[in-house]
Design a protein around this ligand. Structure first.
Ligand code: HDD
Length: 701
């Protein structure tokens, strides 16, 4: 029986059209388009395959069915071999300070220049469907559609890298990804293969410090820095080169979560980071970063303790300050995840005139890898024709044909020179030229001498952290190595840490219960132990000054004080804080004024790990009800254990007790909220983000 026999039904307060088998549709309006095949043929029935009789066999001639299934079967493309899980957004870049003295790049030339941008953030090791808060590096890839072509700055949220030479990249990636026989662990470095490779490759040690720090578990993409990592060159109109390192500094300040929290967020909301970006942009709270540059010359490069071509080293901001020259604003989410976020193809080779490469062996290797990988991933050489990848400036060339060619040269000439006077010509004035660096040398497979210092900056990173952050680093090493089944590998890592910081090494050894302390790993170059601490390397020294854009979870029940709730909403709004009400039922609660206030979440689906701080304002009866609910108990206990600020109303005490908070545990991070004016004080306190003093009291092991 065909679907043209439709009836109208009402479900709830909405009216639908229903076919004979119960499939329910929107009621077609005048402007509802007709469903067609890919050939534009109108479809009469999309519910039933063509059959010989209602209960008979399906017919091969049903081309609509075949086309639909064929297309579905081909929906997947290979996921990225690294950075498979990512999330993108559109925005713009605006130049706020001209670098015209240093570079001919127009995007960096005239103050006020604005170009469209697309940014894709990612994790590295996990598959496309893995979770957001893995302990991992985050990709921070920026595509600027400039008037001189696309400039891709394909960076990370960490300014250094695991390895120095691109030839080691496949080994490093194989080691960190799931082990090839078992196929696990997914999206984690906490396994033997990774630590085996890392402990046998001392060049990884500086990066290990960063990924064991809270940098690897950011609170959101919005609250992390980005780095171009390599030293690039800027080249000006006279052909003079200046070295440059690129930085993205978040206006929102830096913030991370704690490890136990990350583990729980991954279960409660595997999409935590992408949801945060989506929601902030769609609510009009546009994340913003400043573009910073560290500019330096050969004189600095020659006297610097390390090689500027070595991607496992950074240049402390105290030595070369970061000059802020622009801003990147993300103000539009994608229309289609696949078309934009999945198909966007970043290539480190995409630079514009006035920006050039250095001989960093990691960068040189990347320039091959990205083009190669996009060709495979997107199915051929014409991936640049996909709208998200196409430049927004005019482009003309004689490249033609290939799979899915969307634009071919027009007319007779598909080569040059030609005598038909047709087609584009090269332009020696505006065209891209490599930097005219003098190059000579014997062919060899070696690295620069200074590349061999693997510990000095690792130590500098560690000594630059606050005691809280140092503890987190130690705990992360202990956690990861405790998942490592081979004791010899654990000891090898500790042997490296002895060259970084003895206290750290001892703390890790103790945490692992290592019976015998290994000897320090032999260093290829004597580490410099006197590098001064550098404040920009710490997250906690660079936190936000406001609670803006952060999320407050508020536990409410029937009978919650309406005045207290109103005061909370007002104080939060003034600060730009997002409030989510968590209740026994998502339909909401009746507050003391008799109004039904809808909730954002039911308690079972909203653990406190999803919030930056929490408020407990149940009524007395509500608190009694929630003491019998395990997820409410966890809500309180976790907020306490994760050193969060907790505001509590007059009737919340039984809930605090149920969450394991004894009267002796009450500290300055747990704030009574009695009068509406207390709410403003509470929100102001939350600007500190965490009450770190509590942490030591909650982690005895
Ligand atoms: Fe890479 C993707 C960042 C070293 C080879 N890389 C990729 C992405 C980012 C980075 C952010 C995701 C881009 C996106 O969102 O689509 N990669 C880095 C940084 C590195 C680095 C900051 C060191 C400083 N990468 C690196 C090396 C190689 C690669 C040494 C190979 C020799 N990277 C790739 C790749 C990927 C990639 C295989 C996978 C998917 C893709 O390119 O588009 O070509």
């Amino acid at each position: 029986m065909s679907t043209d026999k439709r009836t109208t039904v009402t479900i709830g307060d909405q009216t639908f059209e229903r076919g004979p088998q119960g499939a329910t549709h929107q009621v077609a309006k005048g402007d509802t388009p007709t469903l067609t095949t890919q050939q534009g043929l109108a479809v009469s029935d999309d519910q039933n395959t063509e059959k010989a009789g209602a209960r008979g066999p399906a017919l091969l001639e049903d081309f609509h069915f075949r086309e639909k299934i064929f297309h579905f079967d081909h929906e997947r493309i290979p996921e990225r071999v690294v950075h498979a899980r990512g999330y993108g957004a559109h925005g713009f870049f605006e130049l706020t300070d001209s670098l015209a003295d240093y570079t001919t790049a127009k995007v960096l030339g005239k103050k006020g220049t604005r170009v469209p941008a697309f940014v894709r953030f990612s994790t590295v090791a996990g598959a496309r469907g893995s979770f957001d808060i893995a302990r991992d590096v985050r990709g921070f890839a920026v595509k600027l559609y400039t008037e001189e072509g696309n400039w891709d700055l394909v960076g990370n949220n960490i300014p250094v890298f695991f390895i120095q030479d691109a030839i080691k990249f496949p080994d490093m990636v194989h080691a960190v990804k799931e082990e090839p026989d078992s196929g696990f662990p997914q999206a984690q470095s906490a396994h033997d293969n990774f630590w085996d490779f890392a402990s046998l490759s001392p060049e990884t040690v500086h990066m290990l410090m960063w990924i064991m720090s809270d940098r690897a578990i950011p609170r959101s993409f919005r609250f992390m820095e980005g780095f171009g990592v390599h030293t690039f060159r800027l080249v000006n109109a006279e052909g003079k080169s200046t070295y440059v390192k690129f930085h993205w500094k978040p206006k929102q300040g830096l913030q991370s979560v704690v490890w136990n929290e990350a583990v729980k967020i991954n279960g409660a909301d595997p999409d935590f980071h992408r949801r945060d970006l989506w929601e902030s942009i769609n609510s009009g709270d546009f994340p913003e970063w400043e573009l910073g540059v560290q500019l330096f010359d050969d004189e600095f490069a020659d006297k610097f303790d390390f090689d500027i071509l070595d991607a496992t080293k950074l240049i402390p901001e105290e030595l070369i300050p970061v000059r802020r020259i622009g801003r990147l604003v993300l103000n539009r989410t994608v229309d289609n995840f696949f078309a934009e976020t999945e198909q966007v193809a970043f290539c480190t080779q995409n630079v514009v005139p006035g920006i050039a490469f250095t001989n960093d062996p990691l960068l040189q290797g990347r320039n091959f890898s990205y083009l190669d990988t996009q060709t495979k991933r997107l199915g051929g050489p014409n991936f640049t024709h996909i709208p998200i990848n196409a430049p927004k400036c005019p482009f003309h060339n004689f490249q033609q044909d290939g799979h899915m060619a969307m634009h071919n040269p027009k007319g007779r000439a598909n080569y040059e020179p030609n005598s038909w006077g047709m087609g584009p010509r090269e332009n020696p004035q505006t065209g891209y030229k490599p930097y005219a660096e003098e190059v000579n040398g014997r062919k060899t497979r070696e690295r620069g001498e200074l590349f061999a210092d693997h510990y000095s900056q690792a130590r500098q990173f560690y000594t630059s952290q606050t005691p809280t952050e140092q503890t987190h680093i130690k705990n992360a090493f202990v956690f990861e190595l405790s998942k490592c089944l081979t004791p010899a590998i654990r000891a090898r890592v500790v042997a490296h840490l002895l060259n970084v910081d003895e206290k750290l090494a001892k703390g890790v050894a103790e945490g692992l219960r290592l019976e015998k302390m290994p000897a320090p790993a032999p260093a290829a170059r004597t580490p410099l132990t006197d590098l001064p601490a550098s404040n920009p390397l710490s997250i906690l020294k660079n936190g936000p000054k406001t609670f803006t854009g952060r999320k407050l979870g508020v536990l409410v029940t029937d009978g919650t004080d309406a005045d207290l709730l109103a005061a909370l909403m007002k104080a939060a709004e003034a600060e730009g804080t997002i409030v989510e009400l968590v209740a026994p039922a998502v339909g909401g609660v009746k507050t003391t004024d008799g109004k039904l206030v809808p909730a954002g979440q039911k308690i079972v689906g909203a653990p406190s790990v999803l919030y930056d701080a929490v408020v407990l304002i149940p009524s007395a009866a509500g608190a009694k009800l929630l003491t019998g609910e395990a997820t409410a108990r966890d809500f309180v206990a976790d907020a306490f254990a994760h050193a969060k600020f907790i505001g509590y109303g007059p009737d919340a005490k039984p809930l605090l007790a149920k969450g394991g908070i004894t009267p002796e545990d009450m500290d300055d991070g747990i704030i009574p909220l009695e009068a509406p004016s207390d709410l403003k004080t509470f929100i102001t306190l939350c600007r500190k983000l965490r009450f770190w003093d509590r942490e030591a009291r909650t982690h005895a092991v």
